[in-house]
Design a protein around this ligand. Structure first.
Ligand code: 5GP
Ligand code: MG
Length: 225
């Protein structure tokens, strides 16, 4: 199967979760969250299937998993605990400093420590949005001469793409909504939610009003890594 066809098969399998989900926002979060987009059960089921696909594709190879901090914490933990493969793990820290929910300038906050030269790399991120982050990180990794790089994201917002980047493994295709939970944050909050939820727009509108324009570039107002 050609690489392009392979990507199409994987992508067409990624579910669109919204319609089939009856989960209710816990009372504690009702003022801040509009609804649950993807429940913890849906996430768990999908990650088991993704892990099976990855394990099959990398059978008999030793993988280096490179995960982007901080948004991948929960996804990564659940993904690799389901992966019955020998693997090594490393992290790249990358933050997008911008105001509100729009991404801004990318800053690397932690560099890779393991050598990936000649290795099979699986690059893991929380969400593929404009594609700017993966585009930059893929450029950086390719310069280190790995044997092959594949990408794996929990969420894909295809409608927002600016850079020509697609992921090889996609958990869920989602519409153009700002989501939080399961590692994803807004202003460093909500990462601990066990599900992916849609933030009430009033939350990020209020936050961006509180941050004076002069401070915005220094403040990761969207908590966007
Ligand atoms: P990019 O636009 O470069 O593809 O995505 C940049 C980063 O912005 C993602 O890795 C993620 O951390 C963050 N991001 C993009 N969309 C969302 C979203 O809906 N919610 C949250 N919390 N972060 C997002
Ligand atoms: Mg991220």
């Amino acid at each position: 199967m050609s690489h392009r066809n392979f990507q199409r098969v994987i992508k067409s399998r990624a579910p669109r979760p919204g319609a089939r989900n009856n989960a209710r926002v816990p009372p504690r979060w009702r003022n801040e969250l509009e609804r649950i987009l993807i429940s913890d059960e849906q996430i768990a089921r999908r990650i088991r299937a993704m892990s099976r696909d990855i394990a099959r594709d990398y059978a008999s190879r030793e993988l280096v998993v490179v995960s982007l901090l901080n948004g991948t914490v929960m996804f990564l933990a659940d993904l690799i605990r389901n992966l019955s493969l020998p693997l090594r793990l490393d992290f790249i820290g990358v933050s997008s400093y911008g105001a509100g929910t729009e991404s801004g300038e990318l800053v690397f906050t932690k560099e890779l420590r393991l050598s990936v030269r000649g290795r099979d790399v699986l690059l893991v991120d929380d969400i593929l949005d404009t594609g700017k982050t993966l585009y930059r990180v893929l450029g950086k990794l390719r310069a280190l001469k790995p044997r092959r790089i594949k990408t794996c994201v929990l969420l894909n917002k295809a409608a927002r793409r600016i850079e020509a980047v697609e992921a090889d493994y996609v958990g869920f295709e989602i519409p153009d909504l700002f989501v939080v939970g399961y590692g994803l944050d807004f202003a460093e909050r909500y990462r601990n939610l066990p599900f992916v939820g849609v933030l009430h727009p009033h939350v990020y509108r209020q936050a961006s009003q509180r941050i004076a324009p002069a401070r915005r570039r220094k403040t990761c107002a969207r908590g966007c890594d």
